[in-house]
Ligand binder design. Structure first.
Ligand code: FE2
Length: 284
């Protein structure tokens, strides 16, 4: 069983939708896909993508990203209700959102795939934030759309709300390697590239945006370690990584925005699902 991963496919961009719709129907028919969030806030588009990959892969796993939880003008309910809607859609389409063992047959040891729900902790919200201070950044996050497009019950701790849902999965006995995935980041180091190459130039407004304010949470990292994952896939930043830290491999394979490709910002972009694990060789 080969396990592939991709995230942040943002199919509101027509060329990204085309890319997802034209994935090979033959290449992946015995494989598993981890789709790590940010497909679209539009449930009809999300359904179209999930249906498409369900037809092409043997198993599909999904976790919502921040975009899935956006509430557009005129939409009823809050982002927790949208989350439940997304999970119901996944259930209807036989897309897994909970721990599931995948194997290609009786002589294959297989792997457990454990989707982890998550959100980010802003610096003012607590010590589990991944915030890295930077001079002159925009503390008000004026260009961060989640601030206006998500809606939460008064006083709710959003990150704990989602991470608490993962707790029942942490202490279980898993009889095969555990592969976890989330939309958001579990550790600060993953935000930064390893090479000292100069970052592509970005507009001044974008430079004032400090991503670490909305990147993820160290509590997610604690959950990954409690699970004993051998591999963790994440998305959200649109910066592609494949790195081992403290004995655990972390992989990000974001499709991202067309303009980011044009500027060469993603780094190591495959633009297709990336092979991250093969259960028969117990590795990527
Ligand atoms: Fe995201």
């Amino acid at each position: 069983m080969r396990i592939f991963a991709i995230s942040d496919v943002h199919v509101d961009y027509p060329e990204n939708m085309t890319r997802m719709q034209t994935l090979s129907g033959a290449l992946y028919s015995r494989d598993t896909l981890l789709l790590a969030g940010d497909v679209s806030d539009d449930l009809a588009r999300l359904a179209r993508v999930l249906e498409g990959v369900r037809e092409k892969f043997a198993h599909v796993f999904f976790v919502p990203g921040n975009h899935e939880l956006w509430i557009r003008r005129g939409e009823a309910g809050d982002s927790t209700a949208k989350f439940r809607q997304v999970l119901r859609l996944c259930a209807r389409l036989a897309v897994a959102t909970g721990p599931t063992k995948v194997t290609s047959g009786p002589d294959d040891p297989g792997a457990w795939v454990v989707p982890l729900f998550s959100w980010y902790v802003k610096p003012e919200q607590g010590a589990t934030s991944l915030f890295v201070p930077r001079d002159g950044d925009d503390a008000s996050l004026s260009m961060w759309a989640d601030n206006v497009r998500t809606r939460w019950p008064e006083g709710m701790s959003v990150t704990d709300h989602f991470l608490d849902m993962n707790e029942p999965h942490l202490d279980r006995h898993y009889d095969a390697p555990v592969i976890s995935f989330s939309h958001f980041l579990p550790r600060k180091e993953l935000m930064f590239g390893l090479s000292a190459a100069a970052a592509p130039s970005r507009p001044a407004r974008a430079k004032r945006f400090n991503f670490s304010r909305v990147a993820g949470s160290t509590r997610l990292e604690a959950q990954i370690r409690a699970l004993g994952s051998v591999l963790h896939v994440f998305g959200h930043q649109h910066r592609n990584r494949d790195r081992v830290i403290d004995g655990l491999r972390y992989v990000s394979n974001c499709l991202g925005y067309p303009r980011e490709h044009a500027r060469g910002e993603l780094g190591g972009a495959h633009r297709n699902p990336k092979l991250v694990w093969d259960t028969r060789s117990a590795g990527g």
